[in-house]
Design a binder for this molecule. Structure first.
Ligand code: CU
Length: 145
């Protein structure tokens, strides 16, 4: 009777441990993978920069945040969709969903934010393009050529 209870407790704590490990692995998968190498002598001071390329999913100016569907960032993280912060709302004003962008991911300890956001390709405006073709008669203005 006593031994049975003891076994159950142990079993449960193993499950809990396994769950904790899985959880922390999942978190580590998003971003802050710290390599277990000890031979990184003088790289811990100063921010690291990684080049990001991706597509804007949404922009939240109030939070100074944007969600990006980005490709692999070698040495930092694999391709995924996730939110990134910016230091100033100015960096968001020219951005809209579906824009293709490149940016620098600046990693300084726990602080991760984007700098030098460049719109590579503006989103084609799907609300306008098909409508203008059918509603505007092509012959309203005679071509000058
Ligand atoms: Cu991530």
């Amino acid at each position: 009777m006593r031994g049975y209870t003891h076994f159950q407790t142990r079993c449960f704590s193993y499950l809990f441990l396994a769950g904790t490990i899985l959880l922390s692995m999942g978190i580590a998968g998003c971003g802050s993978q710290k390599p277990a190498q000890t031979e990184q002598p003088q790289q811990q001071q100063g921010p690291k920069r990684y080049q990001l390329a991706g597509r804007v999913v949404s922009v939240d100016a109030a939070k100074q945040q944007l969600v990006i569907d980005h490709g692999d960032i070698p040495g930092f993280m694999m391709a995924m969709t996730m939110p990134y912060s910016v230091k100033s709302t100015d960096q968001l004003t020219s951005l809209s969903p579906e824009d293709q962008i490149t940016a620098d991911v600046v990693v300084n300890g726990d602080d991760v934010h984007l700098e030098n956001i460049v719109v590579v390709k503006k989103a084609a405006n799907p609300a306008k393009a098909p409508a203008s073709k059918s509603s505007q008669p092509a012959s309203s203005k005679p071509p000058n050529l």
